[in-house]
Design a protein around this ligand. Structure first.
Ligand code: AGP
Length: 611
């Protein structure tokens, strides 16, 4: 997730761009840059790291103009350094592009353009767009027409802003996936990733839809569709204040991030699995079948929510890899003198990539000769720098302390890794393609789930927000979801909650069950569904209040439960991605009802970088 902004008007553009990028910094901040069109062409200044580094460079390298663009980066392709920072340019330096998303077919395009003599300076997918436009301009095609031709060749997800130094005053911006909005001012117009940077100049906003693009100058904004036909799009009047705008109208970052999960999961598998060929491909992780065959065991080390993701990962990976998988807390692993050698693969799972206990556990394993890979959400974070391979979760910055989209994208990463391992072990391609297809439709299923169940969960939260304790139950692949649901609730509502294997309840926790104890159970159809039904009947027999997360249309379960939250059907390994979402929403709405600080709960930090 990156932040992009483009301005054309009469103001001094640098303060407009920097001010706008500050409002977008939450979307990405590992590097930044701006481009300003002046009398003789385009000046570009970029800097690695925080936006303040870019401001420092601009203090020594003043730019002036009334037309330009800016970008804060959350790297997906290419390390977060100045050379990979946006904006990117063509060979002439005249065509300048900034981008949010992933151009999936950038490799074949880059090869074709290199063969045509284009010289590339970065590792990014974005730079391809600038050279593609340049290629189409070679026969004298006007800039706007060259952009139209280039857009038709791009595959993947992108929000793009493009300008040409030799065609000053015209901004072209295109949307296909990530958000792109246009602010209509008086004698000025501005495009951006979201509303926040626009509110200082206008409240008349046009939201672009996928496949649309705009051609803007200081006097007009024209919207075009996929077929290049003009679209008459009425602007909306935005009444948010600036803070609400950064949350895109959501009350808290946590709720926004829960709703970002369809996009986050899609961005995690996009460009990595190809249903046509049945191939899985990771940019930053490569094993040969021979290298993979060396591994005799897998250890997963993590903390908190990431440990829960690792526990789901165990279920998914063990069946794919056919070798034992252990999951351990980082804080335990680092001191238990684990039995590790070169035949051990250790997977560190960490959203921040900076968690001290997880890193220390990985260091312990590395010192004993293990191969390391990391599942991480932050490019270039400490855990990634010590690993032999990385699977980035592409969730975008997670601001809420309670982890949500990072968790579901970690599960997505484990699922992709299991397909990769099956590919290495020569498993049937059709089975792998089927598994890919089921993952490809998960974003739609999350959207459906959010749309149909959120209101019911909010009402549930209003009924149970004063409960003193909660018990979460799950079996098999859903046991970690019971643990995760309990953690979500206790860390933001401060209600005591425990997650338990449903089969374990009769060995003790059943003593807790009475009419005041809400029991949340995950009971979608898995091979142990009937066992779970028996466990839940034990709860009912003791007047426990049963809130069940079940398959849509499971009438038997809906009869048994006091409250049923219905999730769409999917295959067992993917069910945790859907089943966890009701627990995230339940925790959120209970905490909200209790007046807790949802985004920054007491005593907690987003990244625990100390032991
Ligand atoms: C999750 O909601 C918590 N914020 C916490 O348990 C977190 O998952 C844990 O601290 C691990 O963080 P990491 O994923 O950045 O390593």
């Amino acid at each position: 997730m990156c932040g992009i902004i483009g301005y054309v008007g009469t103001r001094d553009v640098v303060p407009v761009l920097i001010g706008g990028l500050k409002k977008l910094e939450y979307r990405g901040y590992d590097s930044a840059g701006i481009a300003v069109v002046n009398g003789h062409g385009v000046d570009v200044v970029r800097a690695e790291g925080k936006l303040s580094n870019l401001e420092g460079k601009l203090a020594d390298h003043e730019l002036h103009g009334t037309f330009g663009m800016g970008h804060t980066r959350w790297a997906t392709h290419g390390k977060p350094n100045e050379n990979n920072a946006h904006p990117h340019r063509d060979c002439t330096g005249n065509v300048v592009v900034i981008h949010n998303g992933i151009i999936e077919n950038f490799l074949p395009l880059k090869q074709r353009l290199k063969a045509a003599g284009h010289e590339f300076k970065s590792e990014t997918d974005t730079e391809v767009v600038a050279h593609l436009i340049e290629e189409y301009r070679k026969d004298g095609t006007p800039f706007i027409d060259a952009v139209k031709k280039a857009l038709k060749e791009l595959e993947g997800h992108y929000a793009l802003v493009m300008i040409a130094g030799d065609d000053p005053g015209t901004i072209v911006a295109a949307k296909h996936g990530p958000p792109l909005v246009v602010g209509l001012g008086e004698g000025e117009n501005i495009v951006a990733s979201d509303v926040a940077p626009l509110l200082a100049y206008t409240r008349n906003i046009i939201y672009l839809e996928d496949g649309e693009y705009v051609v803007a100058n200081d006097k007009s904004v024209d919207v075009f569709g996929r077929d290049d036909a003009k679209i008459d799009r009425e602007p909306k009047k935005i009444l948010w204040d600036a803070v609400m705008a950064e949350k895109e109208g959501y009350r808290h970052y946590m709720l926004k991030e829960i709703h970002e999960q369809p996009r986050a999961v899609r961005d995690t598998f996009n460009g990595r699995m190809f249903e046509e060929s049945g191939e899985v491909f990771f940019n930053d992780l490569q094993f040969t079948p021979e290298e993979w065959a060396q591994f005799q065991r897998i250890h997963i080390v993590a903390c908190g929510t990431s440990w829960h993701a690792g526990t789901v990962g165990k279920f998914i990976l063990e069946s794919a890899a056919g070798i034992p998988v252990e999951v351990d807390y980082g804080s335990e692993y680092r001191y238990r003198d684990p039995i590790v050698d070169a035949s051990t693969l250790v997977i560190g799972v960490t959203q921040s990539g900076e968690t001290a206990d997880t890193i220390a556990a990985m260091q312990e394993a590395k010192a004993k000769g293990a191969r390391l890979i990391t599942i991480c959400n932050v490019i270039g974070a400490a855990a990634t720098r010590m690993s032999d391979g990385v699977i980035y979760t592409n969730a975008g910055p997670e601001i809420g302390v309670a982890s949500t989209k990072a968790f579901t994208t970690q599960l997505t990463a484990f699922y992709l890794l299991s397909l990769y391992v099956r590919q290495l072990r020569g498993h049937d391609k059709d089975d792998i393609r089927y598994a890919m297809h089921e993952l490809s439709v998960i974003p739609h299923k999350i959207e459906h789930l959010l749309k149909t169940q959120e209101k019911k969960i909010q009402q549930l939260a209003n009924r149970w927000h004063n409960a003193q304790d909660f018990l979460f139950l799950g079996r098999g692949v859903h046991y970690p979801i019971a643990l995760e649901g309990a953690l979500k609730l206790k860390e933001i509502s401060y209600i005591h909650a425990e997650g338990y294997p449903a089969g374990e309840m009769k060995h003790g926790p059943i003593a807790l069950i009475d009419e005041n104890m809400p029991v949340v159970a995950i009971a979608t159809h898995t091979p142990v569904y009937d066992k779970v039904v028996s466990n839940l009947q034990e709860v009912k027999a003791r007047d426990g209040k049963l809130i069940v997360i079940c398959d849509e249309g499971d009438e038997e379960m809906k009869k048994l439960a006091d409250e049923a939250i219905e999730v769409p059907w999917t295959i067992e390994p993917l069910q945790p991605i859907l089943a966890v979402i009701p627990t995230q929403l339940l925790a959120y709405y209970i905490a909200l009802r209790r007046g807790c600080d949802v985004d920054q709960p007491r005593n907690l930090a987003k990244s625990v970088t100390v032991e």
